[in-house]
Ligand binder design. Structure first.
Ligand code: PBG
Length: 322
């Protein structure tokens, strides 16, 4: 007798009934960029449909995200070039563009969205690296930790519900946890970019944040060839007190995501990064693929692999998701 799995595919209602993976808007997080010194939203050519926001357009975007039922919003800041320095010190100022963005979003949506801030120096340094450089031009792990703590506390002061260290310094989660607690921010959570790979898929992001980076990040971000190490990084962040751990990018790292999801006792996030989104947009613009269907399939695959939450530039515009 032939075994017939196709019986469960005969109608849309049947397929809907037996679907194993459902994606809810409430598990999606929208990454957004807020830029200093502009008076109108500025398109990002390599990220169709995504802009660098003014504080006003950021507020409106946050309200739209909350109204659509998204789970959260992740803020990245784009400072004036003149404000960048070797230590990225503008980032931790209460009036940095990122911190003003956090304040604006909290004013607009209160607690209706989980407001997350990227806790990293790369947007703020004139060399574009995620940390402070030593005399030899290498990223100094422990000097960077002190800067991350100040940055995270400033973001918590501004009203971030979640700080999100993305610089891949060793010990960053523990240092930030202790710093937040000492500053009276025991309720602010840490979403750790735990397994973050030195990826070619970050290309459009570098335009989005006006990155000053020369070279690459291979001495701190992970080698794309390493699966076991991704799990190791996640376990270390869990031991340091991470409230959530992230795997990034998503599509090319679904094995790492599945490993981390199997081992983690906290929620696991995955970031569909700029290049993953832009590739789908670009192919769709040429009429080669169906944009909405491809985005929905990609995000469904990320959830199927084990992500509890997904950061995606498409969070608001995938009609197939409910
Ligand atoms: C670093 C950071 C990057 C991204 C998020 N946080 C860039 C990098 O590591 O070079 C990339 C996100 C994306 O490509 O969408 N603060």
């Amino acid at each position: 007798m032939i075994v017939r799995p196709r019986r469960l595919r005969v109608t849309p209602a049947m397929r809907n009934l037996v679907r194993e993976t459902r994606v809810a808007r409430s598990q999606l997080v929208l990454p957004v960029f807020v830029r200093d010194g502009i008076d109108a939203p500025h398109p990002i050519a390599s990220l169709p449909g995504v802009v660098q926001h003014t504080l006003d357009s950021l507020r409106a975007q946050a309200v739209e995200a909350a109204t659509a039922g998204l789970g959260g919003i992740m803020l990245f800041g784009v400072p004036l070039d003149d404000d960048k320095d070797a230590a990225g010190s503008v980032g931790e100022r209460p009036d940095s563009i990122l911190n003003r963005g956090v304040v604006a979003v909290r004013e607009a949506v209160g607690d209706d969205l989980v407001v997350m801030a990227d806790t990293c120096l790369d947007e703020f340094t004139d060399h574009g690296h995620c940390g402070i450089l030593d005399a030899n031009g290498r990223v100094d792990n422990d000097a960077t930790l002190e800067a991350y703590v100040r940055l995270a506390v400033s973001q918590a002061d501004a009203g971030a519900h979640v700080v999100s260290p993305s610089g891949m310094m060793d010990g960053q989660v523990l240092a930030i946890r202790e710093g937040l607690d000492a500053a009276g921010h025991a309720d602010v959570a840490i979403l750790a970019y735990a397994a973050k790979y030195a990826s070619a898929f970050y290309g459009p992001f570098r335009e989005a944040v006006g990155s000053s980076l020369q070279g690459d990040r291979r001495t701190y971000q992970q080698d794309p060839a390493n699966r076991r190490e991704g799990l190791r990084e996640a376990l270390l962040d869990l031991a340091e007190g991470a409230d959530m751990v992230m795997v990034k990018p998503a599509a090319s790292y679904l094995d790492v995501l599945a490993d981390v999801a199997a081992a983690s006792d906290v929620p696991v996030a995955a970031y569909q990064v700029s290049g993953e989104y832009a590739m789908i947009c670009a192919a769709a613009e040429r009429g080669w693929i169906d944009r909405d269907a491809a985005l929905a399939e990609a995000i469904t695959g990320i959830v199927r692999a084990g992500a509890d939450l997904v950061l995606s530039y498409a969070a608001l515009e995938v009609p197939a998701l409910r």
